[in-house]
Design a binder for this molecule. Structure first.
Ligand SMILES: Cc1cc2nc3c(=O)[nH]c(=O)nc-3n(C[C@H](O)[C@H](O)[C@H](O)COP(=O)(O)OP(=O)(O)OC[C@H]3O[C@@H](n4cnc5c(N)ncnc54)[C@H](O)[C@@H]3O)c2cc1C
Length: 347
């Protein structure tokens, strides 16, 4: 029987960065993926924002995460002869004096990430009712759709992709690993996002999922090639703009809804003053852990089963770092950070 080191379930950003790092180590792997164009990763904006929240604080571990993200996405790009990341600024429309004062006071704490636009009037042509304009420096955008498709093609060409939805009946846990379709895998890593097989095997991991919906628009009047953050987000994507997104906690439906469509449009229309046409409307599920830290680690009873999930709203920055972190643990016995180790949910 053929023997392979790893089977990864899922080729969203977690499965992509895991399989890249496994191959980089000279190990063997197969990736099982049903359709990554319906994954949360595919619908995401691909943004790595170094500051977060209303209080404008540095995102958790952001310096380390960004360093590894640059290396990983850069490395995949080099391997495939493409470029998947761009360093960008995010233009933040500050709504009132209070928000402006907070921003100005935070600029001293985070000079590497926060700036201020002196010519804020140039945005009046496109946007309503903002007080002034801040800048988030050193953000990054991952060209996520292209990355997922190019990595899928690479895996296919190397015959490492199993294009199927794996069902539990087809997997057999054996003494030395897991058997699936006449291949013995030493380890299986669930990188299957929302509602995947891992929810069945790792049923002690609680999720608080957030459905996100986005619109793609096209506009002849709007010409800014910047990421904008106001009451709504605008991100240039090819010749269209990504608009959104919404947050709906623990939604029962994975489908786009009329209510969220209207919500996104209402916010966007309050903020913008240019004509546009709507091209598409889509939805994705963010698999969020209950404590906002990823779920990483080994199954408490089945030694061959591992998981990397719960990347929530920040998969683009978390996946590169925690793929490496998990593999360093498995291959070199380096300890897992306690705040991400799934053991925390067992105590
Ligand atoms: C609207 C929206 C905007 C977002 N914007 C950003 C952003 O700008 N920046 C950011 O960092 N994050 C963003 N996110 C969050 C980000 O998308 C997630 O954190 C990330 O995509 C999670 O990646 P994942 O690989 O864990 O899961 P997924 O992307 O969901 O991938 C899991 C894959 O596994 C497959 N799968 C599941 N079960 C099986 C099985 N049995 N067999 C085979 N395949 C299986 C699924 O079909 C899927 O393709 C956004 C999310 C949404 C919804």
């Amino acid at each position: 029987m053929e023997k392979i080191d790893y089977l990864i379930i899922g080729q969203g950003i977690a499965g992509t960065t895991l399989s890249y790092n496994i191959l980089q180590r000279g190990k063997t792997c197969h990736v099982a993926s049903d359709d990554n164009s319906i994954s949360s990763s595919y619908i995401s904006a691909g943004v790595i924002n170094p500051v977060t929240g209303r209080r404008i604080v540095k995102s958790w571990m952001i310096d380390e995460l960004m360093t590894t993200a640059r290396l990983t996405y850069g490395g995949i790009g080099e391997l495939l002869g493409e470029n998947f990341i761009t360093s960008r600024e995010i233009t933040k429309l500050l709504s009132d004096v209070e928000e402006e004062n907070l921003w100005l006071s935070k600029m001293d704490d985070l000079p590497e990430y926060l700036g201020y636009e002196n010519d804020s009037e140039r945005y009046r042509k496109h946007f309503n009712d903002y007080r002034s304009v801040g800048k988030i420096k050193n953000a990054m955008v991952v060209n996520i759709k292209q990355l997922l498709k190019s990595w899928e093609k690479f895996l296919t060409n190397k015959q490492l992709l199993i294009k199927a939805r794996i069902s539990p009946e087809e997997m057999f846990v054996e003494n030395e690993g897991v058997r699936y379709r006449d291949v013995n895998y030493s380890k299986l890593i669930f990188a299957d996002g929302h509602n995947g097989l891992s929810t069945r095997f790792f049923d002690f991991l609680p999720y608080k999922n957030a459905k996100g919906e986005v619109l793609h628009i096209r506009s002849k009047e709007y010409s800014l090639n910047e990421m904008i953050k106001g009451t709504s987000g605008i991100i240039p994507e090819g010749d269209t703009f990504w608009i959104g997104s919404s947050y709906e906690w623990d939604s029962k439906s994975e489908l786009p809804s009329k209510a969220n469509y209207n919500r996104i449009l209402k916010r966007f229309d309050q903020m913008s003053k240019f004509e546009y046409e709507i091209i598409s409307h889509s939805a994705g599920m963010r698999a969020c852990s209950v404590d906002r830290r990823p779920y990483i680690g080994r199954h408490p009873e089945i030694d061959a089963f591992w998981i990397m999930n719960g990347l929530g709203t920040k998969g683009m920055s978390l996946a590169p770092y925690f793929s490496l972190h998990l593999l360093n643990h498995i291959e070199e016995n380096k300890p897992l950070i306690k705040t991400v180790d799934i053991k925390r949910m067992l105590t």
